[in-house]
Design a binder for this molecule. Structure first.
Ligand SMILES: [Zn+2]
Ligand SMILES: [Zn+2]
Length: 624
């Protein structure tokens, strides 16, 4: 690329690269805490990278040639290390170029608008593509019937986000500079620690916002280089990082197989009378730059076989697809896409073979078509396993056909309507929780409308994906003070990152199928790793009803609870902050008031960018 540039242009390119260069790998920098300047910068760099890609495709460059350009850019900007850039780009390029070639409406703005989506700022990196604006049709309200129920108690184990890493190496390298560490063959990172605040303020100076038209002032790059060369902003970290723990590691490491098996064995040994297992997705590790079809297939098989063998044939398992199950990670193509390295059908077909034993023919057909299904686990109770990874902001196929996501919600409405007609209750299991910046705005808004329409039929929802322990309250759209539904986060059986592992046991009322109590179990990883030859010491962390002094787990009780947390029962907010990371030694102590309120805010935001409930809680809290 460089030979084709004049001297001045080369200098400009060097300036741009210096400004864009991230002090740490992007994957390690929590997007939530990125400065606004850095976000604008990321948006600009994203659009430039995609513009390069679009241009290359138009000029007839091959996937290999384009990969080379993007890999160089990725490594030069320190977005990731060279091998990670190389692997991730090679896996994603066939999909990206296919979409660019076949979709006239695709633009760099659309891709970057999705990737650059943030929790609180709709203008962070505007999408500007009217195709993303759609609405579902909802049937008119109907009277809710009551079907005959089953008087037997219903006990469900909820497990999620296993992220099993078959390459996990106890005593291996836990500080490796790649997106996931503790894997065989990795080497310690030579990391510079930057005083990034000083850098960020210079980067801020480089962004000129002229009535919404953002440009870069490259003269600032000189100052930035001076600062970096003065060495006051960076120093090499000591190389004596502790090795990876036996049972897992709080750093960026996934779950050893033996630690996952221990979760399942612990549940079956400790809790008798479990009727159903809900598994909410993300079985595959975070080695996103080197996933293979075989790895995904093996781990998906191990997970369901381990659960089936330990719980026995009489316990029904309802699994959900996570964004990590696809190849490459996060990519879920519509069923009309059949090409090699492009389609997702291979995954759905493979899952029908693994999960089919729990599914009737119709459910199998739905799983094969879209990666989702509905099962009746008791008379009067249907469980819907919804594939909402299609609406994940990193799913490039959204740009190919934004309406594909709507097809999933149309199906959900059909299922809910059938259940309503029959008087059945429904539990919805979906990997990604609504309201966070991960799902598209339209999806979260329309999902909220569906929950509103069917709030009497839906009696519980469970999500995974965040790895933290949280819940979300839905409110009546026409009467916003009235809470109508709750989605319960399931946590994770990975430590990734800075979490303890957990599982939940939920008792349901057999007449209403509403949760009566949710009990969460954890162990302390530091302690477990000090005694690697002993099974981890699992204990009950809390019992929702008694720990928070709730009369029941209804939406109004939960709404009352979050209000008490910011007014006269603030010690409960401290508890919530502790439980959020499952009392992780490396996360909990760092959660100050701002962090506590941020966590709590997530409980009341179910539509992206609609934050009035959050502001209400925030102002109640800081009023003191
Ligand atoms: Zn996950
Ligand atoms: Zn996930």
């Amino acid at each position: 690329m460089r030979q084709e540039l004049s001297e001045l242009e080369s200098q400009q390119l060097a300036d741009v690269i210096d400004l864009f260069h991230s002090p740490e790998h992007v994957s390690r920098r929590s997007q939530e805490y990125a400065s606004e300047a850095r976000m604008t910068m990321d948006c600009l760099i994203c659009r430039s990278a995609f513009a390069t890609l679009f241009e290359g495709v138009e000029n007839g460059q091959s996937d290999e040639e384009l990969s080379e350009v993007i890999i160089s850019l990725c490594a030069a900007l320190n977005i990731e290390s060279y091998p990670v850039c190389h692997g991730a780009v090679a896996l994603n390029i066939p999909i990206l170029t296919h979409i660019i070639r076949t979709t006239p409406e695709a633009t760099p703005r659309a891709f970057c608008g999705l990737v650059g989506q943030t929790n609180d700022n709709p203008n962070a990196c505007r999408l500007e593509d009217p195709r993303f604006e759609w609405q579902v049709d909802l049937p008119p309200p109907a009277p809710v019937k009551n079907a005959p129920t089953d008087p037997r108690p219903l006990k469900i184990a909820v497990i999620t986000d296993a992220h099993i890493d078959p390459l996990y190496e106890a005593n291996g390298v836990a500080d490796c500079g790649e997106p996931v560490c503790c894997r065989i063959g990795q080497t310690p990172v030579e990391r510079y620690v930057f005083n990034s605040e000083a850098e960020e303020s210079i980067i801020e100076q480089s962004i000129k916002n002229n009535a919404g038209e953002v440009t870069l002032d490259l003269s600032v790059a000189k100052k930035l280089r001076e600062l970096r060369s003065s060495r006051q902003t960076r120093f090499v970290t000591p190389r004596n990082a502790a090795p990876a723990g036996f049972w897992g590691d709080y750093r960026n490491c996934d779950t050893p197989i033996w630690a996952f098996d221990n979760v399942i064995d612990t549940i079956t040994e400790t809790h008798k009378g479990i009727d159903v297992v809900y598994y909410i997705g993300d079985t595959i590790d975070h080695g996103v730059w080197e996933t293979t079809y075989e790895l995904i297939d093996d781990m998906n098989r191990h997970l369901v076989e381990k659960i089936r063998k330990s719980f026995g044939e009489n316990v029904i398992v309802v699994p959900v697809l996570g964004n990590h199950e696809s190849q490459p990670t996060n990519q879920f193509a519509p069923p009309t896409v059949v090409g090699k390295d492009l389609n997702t059908t291979w995954l759905y077909d493979a899952l029908v073979k693994k999960w089919g034993v729990y599914l009737n023919e119709e459910a199998q057909a739905n799983l094969r078509d879209r990666g989702e299904f509905s099962v009746r686990v008791r008379p009067g109770l249907r469980v819907i396993s919804l594939n909402n990874n299609v609406a994940y902001k990193y799913n490039w196929w959204l740009v190919y056909d934004p309406l594909e996501a709507k097809r999933h919600l149309d199906w959900l409405i059909e299922e809910l309507y059938k259940a309503e007609q029959d008087g059945d209750k429904v539990h919805i299991l979906a990997h990604i929780p609504p309201g966070v910046s991960d799902l598209t705005h339209t999806w979260t808004r329309e999902y909220n409308r569906i929950v509103n329409r069917f709030s009497k039929t839906i009696t519980a929802e469970f999500n995974g994906h965040t790895h933290s322990d949280e819940f979300k309250i839905f409110y009546n759209l026409t009467e916003p003070s009235s809470p109508i539904n709750v989605a319960w986060g399931a946590g994770s059986t990975t430590t990734y990152s800075d979490y303890n592992l957990n599982y939940k046991i939920v008792d349901f009322n057999p007449a209403t199928y509403l949760p009566e109590n949710i009990v969460n179990y954890v162990y302390n990883l530091t302690e477990a790793n000090l005694r690697p030859n002993r099974q981890p010491h699992w204990f009950q962390l809390y019992d929702m009803k008694n720990t928070y002094a709730l009369t029941d787990l209804s939406a109004s009780s939960m709404d009352d609870l979050v209000h008490r947390m910011v007014t006269n029962n603030r010690h409960l907010l401290d508890l919530y902050a502790a439980f959020y990371s499952k009392i992780s030694d490396t996360r909990w102590p760092h959660c100050n008031d701002w962090c506590k309120i941020d966590n709590l805010c997530k409980t009341v935001v179910t539509v992206l960018w609609e934050r009035s409930k959050c502001e209400e809680l925030r102002s109640l809290f800081f009023r003191k």
